[in-house]
Design a protein around this ligand. Sequence first.
Ligand code: NAD
Ligand code: UDP
Length: 338
Amino acid sequence: MSILITGGAGYIGSHTCIELLEAGFNIVVADNLCNSSREALKRVEKLTNKTIPFYPVDVRNQKAMTDVFKAHTIEAVIHFAGLKSVGQSTQMPRTYYDNNVIGTLKLIEVMEQFDVRHLVFSSSATVYGDPSTVPITEDMPTGATTNPYGRSKYIVEEMLKDISIADDKWNFTILRYFNPVGAHKSGQIGEDPKGIPNNLVPFIAQVAVGKREQLSVFGDDYDTKDGTGVRDYIHIVDLAEGHVAALKTHRQDSGLHIYNLGSGTGSSVLEMLKAFEKSCGKTLPHAIQPRRPGDIAECYADPAFAQKALNWKATHTIEAMTDDTWRWQSGNPNGYES
Ligand code: NAD
Ligand code: UDP
Protein backbone atom coordinates (compact mmCIF):
# COMPACT_ATOMS: atom_id res chain seq x y z
CA MET A 1 0.00 0.00 0.00
CA SER A 2 1.26 3.48 -0.86
CA ILE A 3 0.38 7.09 -0.22
CA LEU A 4 0.09 9.13 -3.41
CA ILE A 5 1.59 12.59 -3.02
CA THR A 6 0.45 15.06 -5.67
CA GLY A 7 2.78 18.05 -5.88
CA GLY A 8 5.35 16.04 -3.96
CA ALA A 9 8.32 17.75 -5.61
CA GLY A 10 7.27 21.14 -4.23
CA TYR A 11 8.29 22.89 -1.04
CA ILE A 12 5.83 21.36 1.41
CA GLY A 13 5.50 18.12 -0.56
CA SER A 14 9.23 17.31 -0.58
CA HIS A 15 9.54 17.84 3.17
CA THR A 16 6.44 15.74 3.78
CA CYS A 17 7.90 12.95 1.61
CA ILE A 18 10.86 12.74 4.01
CA GLU A 19 8.67 12.55 7.11
CA LEU A 20 6.38 9.93 5.55
CA LEU A 21 9.31 7.76 4.45
CA GLU A 22 10.88 8.07 7.90
CA ALA A 23 7.54 7.08 9.47
CA GLY A 24 7.58 3.89 7.37
CA PHE A 25 5.03 4.79 4.67
CA ASN A 26 5.53 3.83 1.03
CA ILE A 27 4.99 6.80 -1.26
CA VAL A 28 4.40 7.58 -4.92
CA VAL A 29 4.75 11.13 -6.29
CA ALA A 30 2.82 12.75 -9.16
CA ASP A 31 3.96 16.28 -10.05
CA ASN A 32 4.00 18.14 -13.36
CA LEU A 33 7.04 20.14 -12.13
CA CYS A 34 5.41 23.46 -13.11
CA ASN A 35 6.82 25.06 -9.96
CA SER A 36 9.46 22.61 -8.78
CA SER A 37 12.47 20.58 -9.72
CA ARG A 38 13.09 16.85 -10.11
CA GLU A 39 16.29 17.49 -8.14
CA ALA A 40 14.26 18.02 -4.92
CA LEU A 41 13.03 14.42 -5.00
CA LYS A 42 16.46 13.11 -5.90
CA ARG A 43 17.75 14.77 -2.74
CA VAL A 44 14.89 13.31 -0.70
CA GLU A 45 15.88 9.87 -2.02
CA LYS A 46 19.50 10.48 -1.00
CA LEU A 47 18.57 11.74 2.46
CA THR A 48 16.26 8.82 3.17
CA ASN A 49 18.13 6.17 1.21
CA LYS A 50 14.82 5.19 -0.42
CA THR A 51 13.55 5.19 -3.99
CA ILE A 52 10.43 7.19 -4.81
CA PRO A 53 8.31 6.15 -7.80
CA PHE A 54 7.83 9.44 -9.68
CA TYR A 55 5.29 10.36 -12.37
CA PRO A 56 5.75 13.71 -14.18
CA VAL A 57 2.02 14.14 -14.73
CA ASP A 58 -0.64 16.80 -14.34
CA VAL A 59 -3.39 15.89 -11.87
CA ARG A 60 -5.94 17.14 -14.41
CA ASN A 61 -4.82 14.46 -16.87
CA GLN A 62 -7.16 11.64 -15.83
CA LYS A 63 -5.72 9.14 -18.27
CA ALA A 64 -2.20 9.62 -16.86
CA MET A 65 -3.49 9.60 -13.27
CA THR A 66 -5.43 6.40 -13.95
CA ASP A 67 -2.17 4.78 -14.99
CA VAL A 68 -0.61 5.81 -11.66
CA PHE A 69 -3.50 4.25 -9.72
CA LYS A 70 -3.24 1.10 -11.85
CA ALA A 71 0.50 0.77 -11.21
CA HIS A 72 0.27 1.09 -7.40
CA THR A 73 -2.12 0.11 -4.64
CA ILE A 74 -2.95 3.57 -3.30
CA GLU A 75 -4.30 3.80 0.24
CA ALA A 76 -4.63 7.59 0.51
CA VAL A 77 -3.75 10.77 -1.35
CA ILE A 78 -2.10 13.90 0.02
CA HIS A 79 -3.00 16.59 -2.47
CA PHE A 80 -0.42 19.40 -2.55
CA ALA A 81 -0.58 20.00 -6.31
CA GLY A 82 -1.81 23.50 -6.98
CA LEU A 83 -0.75 27.04 -7.76
CA LYS A 84 -0.08 29.32 -4.80
CA SER A 85 0.82 32.87 -5.81
CA VAL A 86 -1.76 35.39 -4.62
CA GLY A 87 -0.50 38.08 -7.02
CA GLN A 88 -0.41 35.75 -10.03
CA SER A 89 -3.92 34.53 -9.21
CA THR A 90 -5.31 38.05 -9.67
CA GLN A 91 -3.69 38.18 -13.14
CA MET A 92 -4.67 34.65 -14.21
CA PRO A 93 -7.82 33.68 -12.28
CA ARG A 94 -8.96 31.05 -14.83
CA THR A 95 -5.63 29.26 -14.56
CA TYR A 96 -5.97 29.17 -10.77
CA TYR A 97 -9.54 27.86 -10.76
CA ASP A 98 -8.65 25.29 -13.41
CA ASN A 99 -5.56 24.02 -11.62
CA ASN A 100 -6.75 24.21 -8.01
CA VAL A 101 -10.49 23.54 -8.27
CA ILE A 102 -10.90 21.46 -11.44
CA GLY A 103 -7.62 19.65 -10.64
CA THR A 104 -9.00 18.52 -7.27
CA LEU A 105 -12.35 17.49 -8.78
CA LYS A 106 -10.65 15.41 -11.47
CA LEU A 107 -8.40 13.78 -8.89
CA ILE A 108 -11.40 12.81 -6.78
CA GLU A 109 -13.08 11.24 -9.80
CA VAL A 110 -10.07 9.01 -10.42
CA MET A 111 -9.87 8.16 -6.70
CA GLU A 112 -13.51 7.10 -6.73
CA GLN A 113 -12.90 4.90 -9.78
CA PHE A 114 -10.30 2.99 -7.72
CA ASP A 115 -12.33 3.22 -4.50
CA VAL A 116 -9.57 5.22 -2.80
CA ARG A 117 -11.52 7.39 -0.37
CA HIS A 118 -8.93 9.04 1.86
CA LEU A 119 -7.75 12.52 0.81
CA VAL A 120 -5.70 15.07 2.74
CA PHE A 121 -6.09 18.53 1.23
CA SER A 122 -3.71 21.53 1.45
CA SER A 123 -5.83 24.49 2.41
CA SER A 124 -4.74 27.80 3.84
CA ALA A 125 -5.41 30.28 6.62
CA THR A 126 -6.38 32.62 3.80
CA VAL A 127 -9.88 31.05 3.87
CA TYR A 128 -10.49 33.00 7.12
CA GLY A 129 -10.00 36.34 5.31
CA ASP A 130 -9.47 39.15 7.83
CA PRO A 131 -10.40 37.45 11.11
CA SER A 132 -12.44 39.41 13.64
CA THR A 133 -10.28 38.06 16.48
CA VAL A 134 -7.05 36.13 16.96
CA PRO A 135 -6.06 33.40 17.63
CA ILE A 136 -8.11 31.75 14.90
CA THR A 137 -10.07 28.60 15.70
CA GLU A 138 -11.37 26.18 13.06
CA ASP A 139 -15.00 27.15 13.68
CA MET A 140 -14.48 30.81 12.78
CA PRO A 141 -16.20 32.03 9.60
CA THR A 142 -14.55 31.29 6.26
CA GLY A 143 -15.18 32.54 2.75
CA ALA A 144 -14.40 36.27 2.98
CA THR A 145 -11.40 35.70 0.75
CA THR A 146 -9.76 38.59 -1.06
CA ASN A 147 -8.22 37.01 -4.17
CA PRO A 148 -8.73 34.12 -6.65
CA TYR A 149 -6.08 31.94 -4.95
CA GLY A 150 -7.87 32.18 -1.61
CA ARG A 151 -11.23 31.61 -3.27
CA SER A 152 -9.93 28.50 -5.04
CA LYS A 153 -9.03 27.02 -1.61
CA TYR A 154 -12.39 28.04 -0.14
CA ILE A 155 -14.29 26.55 -3.11
CA VAL A 156 -12.43 23.23 -2.77
CA GLU A 157 -13.20 23.15 0.97
CA GLU A 158 -16.91 23.67 0.26
CA MET A 159 -16.78 21.07 -2.51
CA LEU A 160 -15.25 18.49 -0.17
CA LYS A 161 -17.89 19.24 2.47
CA ASP A 162 -20.71 18.68 -0.05
CA ILE A 163 -19.16 15.47 -1.41
CA SER A 164 -18.68 14.03 2.07
CA ILE A 165 -22.30 14.81 2.97
CA ALA A 166 -23.57 13.13 -0.20
CA ASP A 167 -21.42 10.01 0.18
CA ASP A 168 -20.28 8.95 3.64
CA LYS A 169 -17.56 6.65 2.28
CA TRP A 170 -15.28 9.66 1.73
CA ASN A 171 -12.59 10.48 4.28
CA PHE A 172 -11.39 14.06 3.85
CA THR A 173 -8.92 15.97 5.99
CA ILE A 174 -8.56 19.67 5.31
CA LEU A 175 -5.36 21.18 6.69
CA ARG A 176 -5.30 24.97 6.90
CA TYR A 177 -1.66 26.00 6.85
CA PHE A 178 -0.51 29.24 8.39
CA ASN A 179 2.92 30.51 7.18
CA PRO A 180 5.33 27.64 6.42
CA VAL A 181 8.99 28.66 6.51
CA GLY A 182 12.37 27.03 7.12
CA ALA A 183 14.04 24.05 5.54
CA HIS A 184 15.13 20.53 6.33
CA LYS A 185 17.98 20.55 8.86
CA SER A 186 20.32 18.90 6.32
CA GLY A 187 20.25 22.10 4.24
CA GLN A 188 19.68 19.87 1.19
CA ILE A 189 16.05 20.76 0.51
CA GLY A 190 14.16 23.99 1.03
CA GLU A 191 11.96 26.60 -0.62
CA ASP A 192 13.09 27.52 -4.13
CA PRO A 193 10.80 30.31 -5.38
CA LYS A 194 10.89 31.16 -9.07
CA GLY A 195 11.60 34.86 -9.75
CA ILE A 196 11.13 37.51 -7.09
CA PRO A 197 9.83 35.91 -3.87
CA ASN A 198 6.40 37.10 -2.72
CA ASN A 199 6.77 35.77 0.79
CA LEU A 200 8.67 37.41 3.59
CA VAL A 201 11.21 34.79 4.67
CA PRO A 202 12.35 33.74 1.15
CA PHE A 203 12.76 37.44 0.34
CA ILE A 204 14.84 38.11 3.46
CA ALA A 205 16.94 35.02 2.63
CA GLN A 206 17.69 36.40 -0.84
CA VAL A 207 18.69 39.77 0.65
CA ALA A 208 21.01 37.91 3.03
CA VAL A 209 22.65 35.98 0.20
CA GLY A 210 23.08 39.15 -1.89
CA LYS A 211 20.49 38.41 -4.58
CA ARG A 212 18.20 41.31 -3.56
CA GLU A 213 19.24 44.76 -2.44
CA GLN A 214 16.90 45.32 0.48
CA LEU A 215 13.71 44.15 2.12
CA SER A 216 10.62 46.29 1.67
CA VAL A 217 8.66 46.20 4.92
CA PHE A 218 5.06 46.57 3.82
CA GLY A 219 3.64 48.97 6.39
CA ASP A 220 4.64 49.92 9.93
CA ASP A 221 1.35 51.52 10.93
CA TYR A 222 -0.72 48.42 11.70
CA ASP A 223 -2.30 48.01 15.12
CA THR A 224 0.25 45.35 16.12
CA LYS A 225 3.11 45.06 18.62
CA ASP A 226 5.57 47.08 16.47
CA GLY A 227 3.30 48.32 13.69
CA THR A 228 4.36 45.67 11.14
CA GLY A 229 2.25 42.69 10.03
CA VAL A 230 1.99 39.71 12.36
CA ARG A 231 1.80 36.12 11.10
CA ASP A 232 2.01 32.59 12.46
CA TYR A 233 5.26 31.16 11.05
CA ILE A 234 5.48 27.38 11.27
CA HIS A 235 8.61 25.35 10.59
CA ILE A 236 8.23 23.25 7.45
CA VAL A 237 9.26 20.08 9.31
CA ASP A 238 6.53 20.66 11.93
CA LEU A 239 4.06 21.15 9.09
CA ALA A 240 5.24 17.98 7.36
CA GLU A 241 4.88 16.04 10.62
CA GLY A 242 1.33 17.41 10.89
CA HIS A 243 0.51 15.56 7.65
CA VAL A 244 1.87 12.29 9.00
CA ALA A 245 -0.17 12.76 12.18
CA ALA A 246 -3.34 13.57 10.21
CA LEU A 247 -2.86 10.58 7.94
CA LYS A 248 -2.34 8.20 10.88
CA THR A 249 -5.19 9.62 12.97
CA HIS A 250 -7.79 9.32 10.22
CA ARG A 251 -6.55 6.17 8.48
CA GLN A 252 -9.74 4.21 9.14
CA ASP A 253 -12.21 7.11 9.35
CA SER A 254 -14.79 8.69 7.12
CA GLY A 255 -16.28 12.16 7.04
CA LEU A 256 -14.65 15.55 7.10
CA HIS A 257 -11.93 16.74 9.48
CA ILE A 258 -10.53 20.28 9.54
CA TYR A 259 -7.39 21.45 11.33
CA ASN A 260 -5.33 24.58 11.65
CA LEU A 261 -1.64 23.80 11.28
CA GLY A 262 0.13 26.70 12.93
CA SER A 263 2.44 27.33 15.84
CA GLY A 264 0.00 29.51 17.77
CA THR A 265 2.53 32.36 18.02
CA GLY A 266 2.32 35.61 16.10
CA SER A 267 5.60 37.20 14.95
CA SER A 268 6.04 40.58 13.28
CA VAL A 269 7.97 41.38 10.12
CA LEU A 270 10.65 43.16 12.15
CA GLU A 271 10.96 40.23 14.57
CA MET A 272 11.52 37.86 11.65
CA LEU A 273 14.09 40.21 10.15
CA LYS A 274 15.95 40.42 13.47
CA ALA A 275 15.94 36.63 13.87
CA PHE A 276 17.29 36.22 10.36
CA GLU A 277 20.03 38.78 10.98
CA LYS A 278 21.13 36.70 13.95
CA SER A 279 21.12 33.50 11.88
CA CYS A 280 23.21 34.93 9.04
CA GLY A 281 25.38 37.20 11.19
CA LYS A 282 24.74 40.31 9.08
CA THR A 283 22.67 43.46 9.30
CA LEU A 284 20.15 43.31 6.48
CA PRO A 285 19.09 46.50 4.68
CA HIS A 286 15.38 47.26 4.83
CA ALA A 287 13.04 50.16 4.12
CA ILE A 288 9.53 50.86 5.32
CA GLN A 289 7.12 50.98 2.39
CA PRO A 290 3.35 51.47 2.12
CA ARG A 291 1.07 48.57 3.10
CA ARG A 292 0.70 45.82 0.49
CA PRO A 293 -2.87 45.86 -0.89
CA GLY A 294 -5.00 43.03 0.51
CA ASP A 295 -2.74 42.41 3.55
CA ILE A 296 -4.24 42.03 6.99
CA ALA A 297 -2.68 43.22 10.24
CA GLU A 298 -2.58 40.04 12.26
CA CYS A 299 -3.19 36.36 11.73
CA TYR A 300 -2.26 33.45 13.95
CA ALA A 301 -3.72 30.09 14.77
CA ASP A 302 -5.21 28.52 17.80
CA PRO A 303 -3.61 25.09 17.24
CA ALA A 304 -5.24 23.48 20.31
CA PHE A 305 -7.69 21.34 18.34
CA ALA A 306 -4.98 19.87 16.10
CA GLN A 307 -2.74 19.31 19.12
CA LYS A 308 -5.43 17.33 20.91
CA ALA A 309 -6.99 15.43 18.01
CA LEU A 310 -3.79 14.65 16.11
CA ASN A 311 -1.45 14.42 19.08
CA TRP A 312 0.79 16.82 17.19
CA LYS A 313 2.45 20.09 18.11
CA ALA A 314 4.74 22.54 16.33
CA THR A 315 7.97 22.56 18.33
CA HIS A 316 10.52 24.49 16.28
CA THR A 317 11.39 28.04 17.38
CA ILE A 318 11.64 31.11 15.16
CA GLU A 319 15.43 30.82 15.54
CA ALA A 320 15.35 27.27 14.15
CA MET A 321 13.22 28.52 11.25
CA THR A 322 15.68 31.28 10.29
CA ASP A 323 18.80 29.15 11.02
CA ASP A 324 17.51 26.35 8.78
CA THR A 325 16.43 28.75 6.02
CA TRP A 326 19.89 30.31 6.08
CA ARG A 327 21.64 26.91 5.93
CA TRP A 328 19.59 26.02 2.84
CA GLN A 329 19.87 29.44 1.17
CA SER A 330 23.59 29.93 1.77
CA GLY A 331 24.40 26.38 0.65
CA ASN A 332 22.15 26.66 -2.43
CA PRO A 333 22.12 30.34 -3.44
CA ASN A 334 20.43 29.47 -6.73
CA GLY A 335 18.12 26.86 -5.24
CA TYR A 336 18.11 23.48 -6.97
CA GLU A 337 19.99 24.98 -9.94
CA SER A 338 23.09 25.50 -7.78
P1 NAD B 1 4.89 24.44 -4.44
O1 NAD B 1 4.57 25.26 -5.63
O2 NAD B 1 6.30 24.37 -3.98
O3 NAD B 1 4.35 22.94 -4.64
C1 NAD B 1 3.23 22.62 -5.42
C2 NAD B 1 3.64 21.50 -6.34
O4 NAD B 1 2.52 21.12 -7.14
C3 NAD B 1 4.76 21.90 -7.30
O5 NAD B 1 5.76 20.91 -7.28
C4 NAD B 1 4.07 21.97 -8.67
O6 NAD B 1 4.96 21.61 -9.70
C5 NAD B 1 2.95 20.97 -8.48
N1 NAD B 1 1.76 21.20 -9.30
C6 NAD B 1 1.06 22.35 -9.46
N2 NAD B 1 0.00 22.15 -10.25
C7 NAD B 1 0.02 20.84 -10.61
C8 NAD B 1 -0.81 20.03 -11.42
N3 NAD B 1 -1.88 20.51 -12.03
N4 NAD B 1 -0.49 18.71 -11.56
C9 NAD B 1 0.60 18.20 -10.95
N5 NAD B 1 1.43 18.93 -10.19
C10 NAD B 1 1.14 20.24 -10.00
O7 NAD B 1 3.95 24.94 -3.26
P2 NAD B 1 3.94 24.54 -1.72
O8 NAD B 1 4.33 25.73 -0.94
O9 NAD B 1 4.66 23.26 -1.52
O10 NAD B 1 2.39 24.34 -1.50
C11 NAD B 1 1.75 23.06 -1.57
C12 NAD B 1 0.25 23.26 -1.39
O11 NAD B 1 0.00 23.92 -0.15
C13 NAD B 1 -0.39 24.12 -2.47
O12 NAD B 1 -1.66 23.59 -2.77
C14 NAD B 1 -0.52 25.47 -1.80
O13 NAD B 1 -1.57 26.23 -2.32
C15 NAD B 1 -0.79 25.07 -0.36
N6 NAD B 1 -0.42 26.11 0.62
C16 NAD B 1 0.85 26.62 0.61
C17 NAD B 1 1.20 27.60 1.53
C18 NAD B 1 2.58 28.22 1.53
O14 NAD B 1 2.76 29.29 2.11
N7 NAD B 1 3.60 27.58 0.95
C19 NAD B 1 0.25 28.07 2.46
C20 NAD B 1 -1.02 27.51 2.44
C21 NAD B 1 -1.35 26.53 1.51
N1 UDP C 1 6.03 41.25 3.93
C1 UDP C 1 6.90 42.33 3.84
N2 UDP C 1 7.78 42.36 2.80
C2 UDP C 1 7.85 41.39 1.86
C3 UDP C 1 6.97 40.29 1.96
C4 UDP C 1 6.06 40.26 3.00
O1 UDP C 1 6.87 43.22 4.68
O2 UDP C 1 8.66 41.50 0.92
C5 UDP C 1 5.09 41.16 5.06
C6 UDP C 1 3.62 41.10 4.67
O3 UDP C 1 3.11 42.41 4.55
C7 UDP C 1 3.02 40.33 5.84
C8 UDP C 1 4.15 39.36 6.26
O4 UDP C 1 5.35 39.95 5.74
O5 UDP C 1 2.77 41.19 6.94
C9 UDP C 1 3.99 37.97 5.69
O6 UDP C 1 3.83 38.04 4.30
P1 UDP C 1 3.80 36.74 3.38
O7 UDP C 1 3.55 37.19 1.97
O8 UDP C 1 5.03 35.95 3.62
O9 UDP C 1 2.58 35.89 3.95
P2 UDP C 1 1.00 36.23 3.96
O10 UDP C 1 0.82 37.70 3.87
O11 UDP C 1 0.45 35.51 2.77
O12 UDP C 1 0.51 35.67 5.24
